[in-house]
Design a protein around this ligand. Structure first.
Ligand SMILES: Cc1cc2nc3c(=O)[nH]c(=O)nc-3n(C[C@H](O)[C@H](O)[C@H](O)COP(=O)(O)OP(=O)(O)OC[C@H]3O[C@@H](n4cnc5c(N)ncnc54)[C@H](O)[C@@H]3O)c2cc1C
Length: 396
């Protein structure tokens, strides 16, 4: 085994959380040496990470804002019996933008460690040996003052009780301008027989749009033909001329209703690995930015304690988000799930919506989300069973 360069921080995983952390560290601790390790050949994968601008605290703006690729002053939601514009600014970070910004912070992939310099290594899987050491591709050990686990979701093993959010997104260049200038984050068709499903629409430029089919279901599989038919129906309705497909993204995100969906490891974990994501919306950005700020403002020797204490403070909110998932996936029948989201957007004012997405909701926000007429079509026996039979999806 060869070794051993010392760094202040080793960040394992160069996805959303790892790269945000690299930027926060560069801003708050410009003298710190940081090694960012990614097992894929490139950082950041292939994503469009959207968020409400109110998700990001003022204090994080200076390092975060340059990463934003697109911004809109508001967005729409469309349900069978409700259409609403929400005047909360909405924005997106793309994998391309985040990768480029992270590499430029580092001066490229590889390179030597010196104060103030980020070192990026890709194409090597890495093992976390202890809170202060990692092993690179089985060949070299690196020691540091703090290892941060940003390895995302573990592939192996069941997340315990969970529903799933599956996506297929197609980005198009259109011959004529796209008719909407703001996103539609939920365009819910009347036919909801297959579970809660909708089209997500992001106009990324006058003649560029991302159309993403999304389904909330107890199974992780995506219905490709349903996705294709909803996307082509929207393209036809938009009447924007011929549409050239330029990128596809797809994925599946567990929406846990038990507390089991996290990696176990010796070092503090952020992002999906550490439960720093919003279990009820699937958005990672609010908590990933919070984690990055928290770590970058602590000194390396205090990171583990600060992360544990912040996670403990957020415990009730995380529990409530999982409880909402349990209601959604276990109590409400698939064909009636859309009513929950329609009601959310019908009754909540913008401040409550903003706090909910930002994972900063209060007790009264939680009460307001819960109080009201329950929807038709509940499955109480199934709900009761969800507390005792956790492995595998529940029958619908
Ligand atoms: C299709 C889709 C759309 C989404 N849209 C949004 C959205 O609009 N907004 C939002 O906030 N969230 C969104 N999410 C959720 C969000 O993408 C994830 O929750 C987020 O990427 C989690 O960040 P992360 O850094 O924890 O994990 P990841 O981004 O998955 O990064 C983990 C990285 O660690 C690397 N890695 C793993 N093991 C090792 C190892 N042993 N050594 C080295 N590297 C390793 C992986 O290769 C990966 O690059 C979406 C998810 C999907 C699937």
């Amino acid at each position: 085994m060869t070794s051993v360069t010392e760094f202040d921080y080793c960040v394992v995983g160069g996805g959303l959380q790892g790269c945000l952390l690299a930027h926060a560290l560069a801003w708050h601790q410009p003298e710190a040496t940081v090694l960012l390790l990614e097992r894929a050949d490139e950082l950041c994968g292939n994503h469009t990470w959207s968020f409400h601008e109110t998700d990001v605290a003022e204090q994080a703006r200076s390092w975060f804002d340059p990463l934003v690729a697109h911004r809109w002053p508001g967005y729409r939601v469309r349900f069978p019996t409700l259409s609403r514009r929400v005047g909360i600014s909405y924005a997106t970070i793309t994998s391309d933008r985040l990768r480029e910004a992270t590499l430029s912070l580092a001066g490229g992939v590889g390179g030597a460690a010196r104060p103030g310099r980020l070192v990026v290594r890709t194409g090597e899987s890495c093992e976390i040996l202890s809170p202060t050491a990692v092993r690179l591709g089985g060949t070299a050990d690196v020691s540091c003052r703090a290892v941060l686990d940003c390895r995302g979701r573990a592939e192996a093993g069941s997340p315990g009780g969970a529903g799933y959010q599956t996506f297929i997104g197609h980005e198009y260049e259109t011959a004529r301008p796209w008719p909407a200038s703001e996103p539609t984050v939920m365009n819910v068709p009347a036919d909801q027989a297959a579970g809660f499903e909708f089209l997500y629409e992001l106009p990324l430029g006058p003649e560029r749009v991302l159309l993403e089919y999304t389904r909330f279901h107890e199974e992780p599989a995506c219905d490709e033909s349903r996705a294709a038919s909803l996307i082509s129906a929207r393209l036809a309705e938009a009447d924007a001329g011929s549409a050239k497909l330029i990128r596809t993204e797809r994925g599946c995100l567990p929406m846990p209703y038990t507390a089991a969906a996290r990696r176990e490891g010796p070092s503090p974990a952020g992002g999906y690995a550490g439960g720093w994501y919003h279990a009820a919306t699937g958005y990672s950005m609010p908590l990933a930015v919070r984690f990055a700020e928290l770590v970058a403002r602590a000194c390396p020797d205090r990171v583990a304690a600060e992360v544990a204490s912040a996670a403990a403070e957020d415990r009730l909110r995380r529990g409530f988000a999982r409880f909402l998932n349990r209601l959604l996936f276990c109590l409400v029948r698939p064909e009636d799930r859309w009513k929950i989201f329609q009601r959310f957007y019908r009754v909540l004012p913008e401040e409550r919506i903003a706090r909910f997405y930002a994972h900063r909701f209060t007790f009264t926000d939680a009460a307001r989300i819960m109080i009201g007429w329950p929807p038709m079509g509940l499955a109480p026996i199934r709900f009761a069973r969800s507390f005792v039979s956790l492995p595998g999806p529940l029958p619908t």
